[in-house]
Write a protein that binds this ligand. Structure first.
Ligand SMILES: [Mn+2]
Length: 397
């Protein structure tokens, strides 16, 4: 029995030595693995992502948690605000950022279309998906403050200055109070209240901005409620923004068709700073005149673009919180957006995508395609001319 104890002690000391010194030494000196000799790489090359695989970044753009990682500079950022606790009807837009990214998976650096005649990925901006902001799901005041803090953080980051070999234009320096070029952020909502903290943040750089607001609803209704927080909903946030002098009285709605109390709602809307393009105006005046009306009202002011997916007909975008029948088609919205190219955009969002109500990803795909138009529109000086095809030349009218 006597040798057992020393042997046990010896074994313990060997294990201890292995854990503290030998294992560390082993991991620090191991040779790098030559993947070119491994079965996969030697036979099939790199592990590239397919359209329907890979991490979920918008359009397979580079992804970083930009709030904690400032090493990647960008000119245009995608940022998710998963927030839906100020909705009046169907909740679920907290899943919007993930849904829109999912709908973007067939998009990639192959971005040329005959409609635009260019690709957003060839126009010089460095783009990055900056992930989602971890927002409180239980305290709206805190979540709204978190959104403002996150947006301000990215808005004050230095821009990339463009992709190597491509001249990148300055867009925002001449609009900013500090004469510096600021990144432009495309925010994926979230219910529409997310625009209030965004406007608070933009105000610190640009002062009051005009707003182009695509929506079936006004979202300017007079704040009601018995607490400060109850006043802020996805139907009142623009009125709150006007109280705070965040928006100019040169703003415009596009696609309005909701039911209201009476004409008083429209008169109040005017005091908030908006004029209305109704859904039917594209039939009565035509798309080109709608575009001209919006461009004329905005002029050269710094302008923020906010697009509620419920501007699109629920037949083409059913997954939203407050659907309204009889809306614009996705194609009509995209045509109007192209016509707004060259305005002084300081940021944009798409909101109210609630994927749980979707069918076959139809709403997420539409929303992702609209974001693609944002990416191009933000880098284009003038609207693209009509598609020029040999098929249409020399045809009699
Ligand atoms: Mn809205």
């Amino acid at each position: 029995m006597k040798p057992i104890i020393p042997l046990y002690t010896l074994l313990l000391s060997l294990v201890y030595a292995h854990q503290t010194t030998e294992q560390a030494a082993f991991t620090s000196v191991q040779d790098p693995i030559d993947i070119s000799k491994e079965p996969w790489t030697s036979k099939y090359g790199l592990q590239h992502d397919l359209g329907f695989t890979g991490p979920l970044s918008f359009s397979h753009l580079p992804y970083a948690r930009c709030l904690q990682d400032a090493s990647n500079k960008f000119d245009i950022a995608i940022l998710g605000f998963p927030f839906d606790t100020t909705t009046s009807y169907r909740p679920g837009a907290r899943f919007g950022p993930a849904g829109i990214r999912h709908g973007s998976r067939r998009q990639s650096e192959r971005g040329y279309t005959v409609t635009w005649g260019t690709s957003p990925y060839d126009l010089g901006a460095t783009m990055m998906d900056c992930g989602d902001v971890p927002l409180s799901g239980y305290d709206n005041a805190k979540a709204i403050d978190q959104m403002e803090a996150a947006y301000s953080t990215l808005l004050m980051r230095p821009v990339s200055g463009g992709v190597a070999g491509r001249e990148r234009k300055a867009y925002t320096a001449r609009l900013a109070n500090d004469d510096k070029e600021h990144p432009r952020i495309i925010t994926l909502g979230g219910d529409h209240t997310i625009v209030l903290p965004i406007l608070r943040s933009l105000n610190k750089v640009y002062g009051p901005v005009s707003v182009i607001h695509f929506d079936a609803h006004l979202d300017t209704w007079a704040p009601r409620g018995t607490t400060a927080q109850e006043r802020i909903t996805h139907g009142s946030f623009f009125a709150v923004a006007a109280e705070e002098h965040l928006i100019r009285n040169t703003s415009v709605h596009a696609g309005i068709r909701c039911k209201m109390a009476d004409i008083g709602d429209v008169e109040h809307d005017d005091t908030v700073g908006f004029q209305i393009v109704s859904t039917d105006d594209i039939d009565d005046y035509g798309i080109n005149k709608v575009i001209k009306a919006i461009r004329t009202r905005i002029g050269s002011s710094p302008v923020y673009l906010s697009l509620d997916i419920d501007v699109v007909d629920p037949g083409l975008a059913p997954a939203t919180g407050t659907p309204e029948a009889g809306g614009w088609t996705t194609r009509e919205v995209k045509r109007i957006l192209r016509g707004l190219s060259g305005l002084n955009f300081v940021g944009a969002d798409i909101v109210e995508v609630a994927p749980a109500y979707d069918h076959a990803d139809i709403t997420s795909i539409a929303a992702a395609d609209i974001v693609y138009d944002f990416l191009t529109m933000l880098q284009t000086e003038t609207p693209p001319p009509p598609h020029d095809s040999p098929l249409f030349r020399d045809l009699d009218d």
